[in-house]
Design a protein around this ligand. Structure first.
Ligand SMILES: Nc1ncnc2c1ncn2[C@@H]1O[C@H](COP(=O)(O)OP(=O)(O)OP(=O)(O)O)[C@@H](O)[C@H]1O
Ligand SMILES: [Mg+2]
Length: 278
């Protein structure tokens, strides 16, 4: 089990420690990204504390996925800084980016499984691609990881098309955690699931993040999910993080934008843009 490096010891990071005491795992400063004339991120600042679960909330199209993709290196920011464990990723060399990515596990919006590969190969994809283990070991590891997300060995040889949406999410989760990453990213982990399955997935995320002692950065507009998986919450609006605080403060944030979003009100400072439709 030495091929994935040292596994973080969850007992090193007591969940009750105050946030101020936690080291910053991901530090984002002045992040800008535009697509043609469309400005998406306009000077975004955010700290993700080590061993904590931070959830970014915000309306559809505000740039939540662009934010996560920037950290993952899938989107290239126009300006700004993204440091992971103090290492700058914006403009970094391929080798530096590859080293950072080895710390990452990602559950994409919509699970994004490879349709042509059976479940076990999807789960073991990162291990196989990086030639960390042989196929037999990879399959065993995949089956053990599937068990962690509540799927039996009989799921290993199914193809994604044969799975329900909830099972696909579980497989996506298993793939995200297979290499026991230090940092987990979840993009809309509960989208398209019924409320009960959504709750099951939220519980799994909460439990896995704790077990791994991982740092988690998630994005969602599902408030039930936020309340279940977040230690801290940040709200993205107008290309910036306009509020950040502990999840307990969500209902009395004192911020009218957060308040409108959290309570799903049509009327408030957030321009919904309904008048432009039709
Ligand atoms: N590769 C791209 N090329 C052009 N525009 C893009 C690209 N990726 C994102 N955008 C635009 O950036 C904006 C933010 O997109 P993003 O996917 O980050 O939104 P989001 O907050 O994740 O929304 P949702 O909640 O619907 O997933 C959108 O207007 C989108 O059209
Ligand atoms: Mg998105």
């Amino acid at each position: 089990m030495t091929e994935t490096g040292p596994v973080p010891d969850p007992s090193d990071r007591p969940p009750t420690a105050p946030p101020a005491a936690a080291a910053v795992k991901i530090a984002i400063r002045g992040l800008h990204k535009r697509f043609g004339p469309k400005r998406v991120l306009e000077g975004l600042d955010l700290d993700v504390p080590e061993g904590r679960s931070l959830v970014v909330i915000g309306g559809s199209g505000t740039g939540k996925s662009v934010l996560i993709k920037s950290v993952l290196g899938i989107v290239t920011p126009d300006a700004g800084s993204i440091r992971v464990d103090g290492t700058e990723l914006v403009g970094a060399s391929r080798a530096t980016l590859d080293a950072a990515r080895r710390k990452f596990g990602m559950l994409f919006q919509g699970a994004a499984l490879f349709d042509s590969l059976p479940v076990w190969e999807n789960v073991a994809f990162g291990l196989l691609a990086r030639r960390l283990v042989d196929r037999k070991t990879a399959r065993e590891r995949a089956i053990a990881t599937l068990a962690r997300v509540g799927l039996g060995p009989e799921a290993a040889d199914l193809y994604p098309a044969e799975l329900s949406g909830g099972m696909q999410k579980r497989v996506g989760l298993a793939r995200a955690i297979a290499a026991e990453p230090e940092i987990l990213f979840f993009d809309e982990p509960t989208t398209g699931l019924d409320p009960i399955m959504a709750d099951v997935i939220n519980e799994l995320i909460r439990g896995l993040v704790r077990e791994l002692g991982a740092t988690a950065l998630s994005i969602t507009h599902d408030m039930a999910s936020v309340r279940k998986i977040a230690d801290r919450v940040a709200m993205l609006y107008g290309g910036k993080i306009i509020w950040e605080g502990p999840v307990e403060r969500l209902d009395d944030s004192g911020d009218p934008y957060v308040d409108q979003f959290v309570h799903g009100r049509a009327v408030g400072p957030i321009e919904v843009g309904v008048e432009r439709i039709g």
